[in-house]
Design a protein around this ligand. Sequence first.
Ligand code: IMP
Ligand code: MG
Length: 179
Amino acid sequence: MDTDILEIEGLRFVKAVSAEQLDMITSRLADRINQDYAGREVVFLVVLNGAFMFASDLLKKIEGVHTVCFIKVSTYSGMQSSGEYKEVIGLTQELKDRDVVIIEDIVDSGFTMKEMLERLKEQDARSVEVCTLAFKPDNFKGDYEVKYKGLNMGAEFIVGYGLDFEQKGRNLKEIYKKI
Ligand code: IMP
Ligand code: MG
């Protein structure tokens, strides 16, 4: 069944970004990263769970041999940020003197990324940049740069392509927004 509207846990969502658009977005981001890091070895730090599908598509388009590692944090419950940062699966990769690119699903208020960047500072990486699938400029309160942004979204809640509502919808190959 392929429909533009779906229901998750009693809320209605409409298709907002197609699989073709997402493919173009990962290609565009990969081109930039390939150019910016040409000849360098990168540590891609994927933020679970939300970024798993985006990271998988993006990383297949990155040239060369790199390190990919994962971290799992939680700051969200339901549709709201809890304002509390928890590392659920911690970092095991040594980052000292490495070029790091964090791969995240959404930078919304920017709180999660701010907390992560602060903790990563202690690791003495050579450089740290952020690559996010979606960015919500109207909600962003951070004072740091998000260098690689796939999509600018409004404030509305989105699901699909790795993103969930109440742990549902991560499997969808498109992005849907709440109506
Ligand atoms: P922030 O701390 O407000 O920037 O929120 C970032 C985290 O909240 C992201 O990593 C997402 O996991 C989650 N999040 C924020 N907005 C959405 C959304 O619209 N849909 C699904 N998850 C979201
Ligand atoms: Mg997340």
